[in-house]
Write a protein that binds this ligand. Sequence first.
Ligand code: UDP
Length: 236
Amino acid sequence: MPALQRILLKLSGEALMGDEAFGIHRGTIERIVAEVAEVSRLGVQVAIVIGGGNLFRGVAGGAVGMDRATADYMGMLATVMNALALGDALERGGTKARVMSAIAIDQVVEPYVRPKALQYLEEGKVVVFAAGTGNPFFTTDTAAALRGAEIGAEIVLKATKVDGVYTADPKKDPSATRYQRISFDEAMVRQLQVMDATAFALCRDQNLPVRVFSIFKPGALKRVVLGEDEGTLVHV
Ligand code: UDP
């Protein structure tokens, strides 16, 4: 019996690119999809917010000097492409999935409508939220906090390359240790980078815990939903 019933999984765009310089790596997206499908089969309702960094990187040079809001809209469109790829890979792997966009782009993907998203989740479909919050000057971490709060997710699961929050950068300092759990306040005092400040504040204010874990560690997502010690829990 999973410990969690409804989760909001935040995947950065970079999670999809494997060892490529940018773009989407087929094998990597399929591995992630397999992990998601497994927890969905356990009966966990899964919503995903996907980033766009992997695609945006390819155009970042050209975005230098651009109007910030315009560049951010480009970033949001990049998340739509990732969401389409993720939704497609889920469906191909036999998991029912729906993509919903925060920006109206109706010919391509249906708009985000909260009751509809809740209905899909209750039907056991994986819902992929595209286009972040739909507003420039925000990040997909903030979209994850926002959607997580809106759909009543029990937790935001932030997938990173590192398997949790460490006392120091484990790549630079081999003596660094992983926090099993830490409060929002302590993470702030210790200046630990969990999410950007807006996302962090929203989760803390809404009493929405965050678990930082590695999506690249096989079975880690499943262990998280079963309530096992995995990654770092950031709590109120
Ligand atoms: N973005 C935005 N508003 C949002 C979410 C994203 O303007 O609500 C833009 C922003 O430019 C951001 C880009 O989309 O840099 C891609 O999102 P993010 O950097 O969060 O993706 P990740 O780093 O997780 O791949």
